[in-house]
Write a protein that binds this ligand. Structure first.
Ligand SMILES: Nc1ncnc2c1ncn2[C@@H]1O[C@H](COP(=O)(O)OP(=O)(O)OP(=O)(O)O)[C@@H](O)[C@H]1O
Ligand SMILES: [Mg+2]
Length: 488
């Protein structure tokens, strides 16, 4: 195109409106803090401190690091939206991409973000964005301001940066008083979630000792989704797929095989056992997506022990459509197929371990194993049946002669306690064949004498004929055989 003779018109974004739009990118407090920490990691920090101060509507969150820091000009560039081109090639260890995170993550939570930073042997410098000032002036101007008491916040460092969020209107309502216990508790709860998110998101850096992450002065412990320190975790052989991507599957131990109850509880993760299954996508060592089947499978109870690590280099950002918040990724079509077949293999092992529960008991009880429940198939349908030859069932039958009430209650208890729930789950999700409908196998003719016996029992007990029929019709399977009941 030849632009030289074209008429043009300015269509600059309006600062006051545009900056408010930045707020709506959809960060949570967790993903916003993680995005700021990404910058500290990219700046080579050895220590990163996250702190929060509760003061009602004037509460503060800070993220400080001892990375390489910035000089005055660099701070202004860092705070300028879109200063860097997302298409620029980045160092392999750089966690940034869009040149936006510091701004968008901060604005999503607060109305004032201040950056105080210094390069080695330089003095600290600072600049702030204040959304109220931008709204008032409608200009893309920073202010040379820092919240009271933070001027010396990085004096203890040779080089480093502190990002200070004040006016946290998206976290605490601005008019909240310090003594508001309810809001205080909510604030603490929200920040606890952030802490757990960081334990997960940065666990590989912390495990490798790349840096130390401090939460209100205490070291953050890593949360390893793959429980690699558990002896019963099964790591599966890794595989390489298109684009320099590595996948490695893990099948976590069954509850009983965890070293301690505590370790089992911890492995559950933020969202709970079933929800944490799936792929864990890492860009560098940084976790982007946790417990997500990338639309290749549904989350299902029998696969809750399956977690698969995917490592993608930052050169794949475009192909994997990494989003600004670094919390989404979409594998390209070619990778999807490879991921699908790899995951299938891991899932088979996962299902085995999940079902193993019953087998462990069988092995322990020696040679004369007598299952209480038998798995059966009829007319291409499967179902479970109580084993009439089981010794326990036989002895309850014996007991029923002298003490029918006790035997009856014990039998019900036995059934309640032993229903093979996990096997049913597993069968239901892995089997192509359908499960037999309840009472689907009962022959109509066999029902008549049963209905008659119960009906007579009701009537001799003093019930009217109509009430007895009503009662029968309100119970399975008789509710489906109105004509039989009517004919009684
Ligand atoms: N803690 C820090 N220490 C040193 N430099 C920083 C720090 N935080 C930000 N910067 C500088 O500011 C720039 C802009 O940061 P910002 O998070 O907005 O974008 P980015 O990290 O480049 O990309 P992304 O949008 O993917 O996060 C960074 O590229 C870096 O040069
Ligand atoms: Mg960034």
């Amino acid at each position: 195109m030849d632009y030289s003779n074209m008429r043009t018109a300015s269509a600059e974004p309006l600062a006051s409106a545009m900056i408010e739009t930045f707020r709506a990118i959809g960060y949570s407090l967790e993903t916003a803090v993680a995005d700021i920490i990404d910058n500290s990691i990219s700046a080579g920090a050895k220590n990163i401190w996250v702190d929060r101060i509760w003061d009602g509507g004037r509460s503060v969150i800070t993220i400080k690091d001892d990375g390489r820091g910035m000089n005055d000009e660099e701070i202004r560039h860092a705070l300028r939206p879109g200063y860097q081109n997302p298409n620029d090639e980045r160092d392999i260890r750089d966690l940034g991409r869009f040149g936006l995170g510091l701004k968008t993550a901060s604005f999503s939570q607060c109305r004032k973000v201040s950056v105080l930073s210094k390069r080695k042997d330089n003095s600290p410098e600072y600049w702030s964005w204040d959304l109220d000032y931008v709204a008032e002036t409608n200009k893309w101007n920073l202010i040379h301001w820092i919240p009271d008491g933070y001027e010396n916040a990085i004096d203890d460092l040779k080089s480093g940066t502190i990002v200070i969020w004040t006016d946290l209107d998206r976290v605490v309502s601005p008019d909240t008083i310090t003594g508001d216990e309810f809001s205080h508790e909510k604030f603490s709860g929200d920040l606890d979630k952030v802490k757990r998110h960081l334990e997960m998101t940065f666990h590989r850096f912390i495990e490798d000792g790349d840096f130390r992450l401090w939460w209100c002065g205490n070291p953050v412990k890593p949360w390893d989704p793959f429980c690699t320190s558990e002896t019963c975790t099964q790591p599966l052989p890794d595989d390489h797929i298109q684009g320099g991507i590595t996948v490695k599957g893990y099948v976590l131990p069954h509850q009983k095989s965890f070293s301690t109850e505590q370790a089992f509880k911890a492995a559950e993760g933020i969202q709970g056992w079933s929800a944490q299954q799936g792929f864990y996508v890492y860009r560098g060592k940084r976790l982007l997506l946790a417990g997500n089947w990338l639309k290749l499978f549904k989350k299902e109870e029998p696969y809750k022990l399956v977690r698969i690590r995917i490592d993608i280099p930052n050169t794949q950002d475009k192909n994997w459509k990494i989003d600004i918040k670094k919390s989404q990724a979409y594998p390209p079509a070619k990778c999807r197929e490879q991921l699908f077949s790899y995951a299938q293999r891991v899932r088979v092992t996962g299902l085995e371990v999940y079902k193993h529960r019953g087998r462990v008991i069988r092995e322990r009880s020696g040679t004369d194993w007598q299952p209480l429940w038998l798995e059966r198939r009829k007319d291409n349908q499967w179902f479970f049946e109580i084993n009439r030859d089981n010794e326990l069932v036989k002895s309850l039958k014996e007991m029923a002669r002298n003490n029918p009430d006790k035997a009856f209650n014990l039998l019900l208890k036995l059934i309640e306690e032993s229903i093979p729930v996990s096997s049913i789950y597993a069968k239901e999700s892995s089997s192509e064949e359908p499960m037999k409908e309840p009472f689907g196998g009962i022959e109509r003719d066999n029902l008549v004498p049963i209905a008659k016996a119960i009906y007579q029992n009701y009537v001799t007990g003093g019930m009217s004929a109509n009430s007895a029929k009503e009662l029968l019709l309100s119970q399975e399977p008789f509710n489906m055989y109105e004509d039989i009941i009517d004919a009684l």
